[in-house]
Design a protein around this ligand. Structure first.
Ligand code: SF4
Length: 406
């Protein structure tokens, strides 16, 4: 059994308001590296990328949106769903130094923290009192936390504060596997058995290594991200898939990213077990990050609607496309509901990662419902598996099913 490193028993959880300097402190800003996109014929899925590039070239945004909306009505119920949850960032200590991240702190930073189990439990209770049906738990790549810390936390949550746990991105899983010296499959199985119910799609950014080498050179590569998600599906967990664009990539990269997700989804659906439940895209938010001074052509509103529409059309083996009102703002998110999206994401009782980059569009539930109704849809609360919350429910259906004896 892996032994906790001393820092765990000696460092009290610390939490302060983020400083204006973000993760970088006073460190000098590195210039933007040159990015040379791979030629089309050297990319995986080159033929399909070419077809989608042609679609983008020849189809107006409104036409794309209309096609995406028609497909959305075919695939998903005519309601717009959302989930009430709380993001709990158990630690901001990270050694991976992604250049787009304003959230993390290096190990010796006075603002680095690890939350205690009790603090996490208190946050869950508070969230449940406000109607939360899940927690999204993510943290930095903290090499001082062994697998036991995570399994202990999950067992503690399930015993004392039961709730659906959607947690730990693929790159966190990889780090746990390295720290614990166990294969990823074993780590995923142990986490699932301890109480991890599903896994978020964070850390995908753009699933093209040429882009990742520039924006997150220490993070897992694209194929490893996909392998870990497929491994999570194989142990029976659903996961989500994300894309953070506007980091200097080209449309070929975005299409390659989506086509890799589509191929992975086909394999998982054929295998049985878990699969990707939703695709969620958002544009990069540069404030307080190392990339703030790179003069990137950041995502625009039209770009977001194009990405949402193409996401729905290309990922035709995904049921759900989620908007990101936290990054795009409520009005753009509302518009995206007629460009292929069918889910408004989560009413986050707490969010720390995007807000560290200066973007904060958190809204009350009444406002989310008003925006959905104003777009012509009936709002419905949902669970992580996209089933709707019904009066008299005894909790998350997937967690209830997991508690039944086999
Ligand atoms: S995105 Fe995650 S892995 Fe990268 S620096 Fe931020 S906290 Fe660390």
């Amino acid at each position: 059994m892996a032994k906790a490193l001393p820092i765990l028993s000696t460092v009290a959880p610390r939490r302060r308001a983020p400083t204006a300097e973000g993760a970088l402190g006073n460190a000098p800003r590195a210039p933007r590296p040159e990015y040379v996109p791979a030629p089309l014929d050297q990319r995986p899925h080159a033929d399909e990328i070419a077809i989608w590039l042609e679609t983008l070239r020849t189809t107006s945004l409104l036409e794309l949106g209309a096609r995406a909306h028609a497909l959305r009505l075919e695939k998903a119920p005519p309601h717009v769903s959302y989930i009430v949850d709380r993001n709990i960032n158990y630690s901001n200590l990270c050694v991976t130094d992604c250049k787009f991240c304003a959230f993390y702190r290096r190990p010796k930073d006075a603002e680095a923290y690890v939350l205690s189990y009790e603090e996490i439990g208190a946050k869950i209770d508070e969230a449940k009192e406000r109607g939360a049906v899940q927690i999204l738990m993510q943290g930095g790549h903290n090499p001082y936390l062994p697998l036991d810390w995570y399994t202990g936390l999950l067992r503690y949550i399930k015993e004392h504060h039961p709730i659906h746990v959607h947690g730990f991105s693929a790159s966190e899983i990889e780090l746990i596997s390295k720290v614990t010296k166990l294969p990823v499959d074993d780590v995923l199985l142990q986490l699932h058995e301890a109480g991890l119910d599903s896994m978020p799609g964070a850390g995908a950014e753009i699933l093209v290594d040429g882009v990742r080498d520039i924006i997150a050179p220490k993070k897992i590569d694209a194929s490893r991200w996909i392998e870990i998600h497929e491994a999570a599906h194989a142990v029976g967990m659903h996961t989500t898939a994300t894309m953070m664009y506007g980091v200097g990539e080209v449309w070929e990269d975005r299409l390659e990213h989506m086509l890799k997700l589509k191929a992975a989804q086909s394999r998982s659906l054929a295998r049985g077990g878990g699969h990707f439940t939703a695709f969620i895209a958002w544009s990069f938010q540069p404030l307080h990050t190392e990339m703030e001074h790179w003069n990137l052509a950041l995502g625009t509103g039209m770009d977001y609607l194009r990405v949402t529409s193409i996401g729905r059309l290309l990922l035709d083996n995904f049921e759900n496309v989620q908007v990101s009102y936290v990054t795009q703002g409520p009005k753009m998110a509302q518009l995206a509901l007629t460009f292929g999206a069918n889910d408004f994401g989560s009413l986050m009782i707490e969010e720390n990662v995007v807000s560290a980059a200066g973007v904060d569009f958190i809204m009350p539930e009444s406002e989310i419902r008003r925006l959905i109704e104003d777009a012509g849809f009936e709002p419905r609360r949902r669970y992580q598996d996209y089933s709707f919350v019904q009066d008299g429910d005894e909790g998350c259906p997937c967690c209830l099913a997991r508690r039944q004896p086999a």
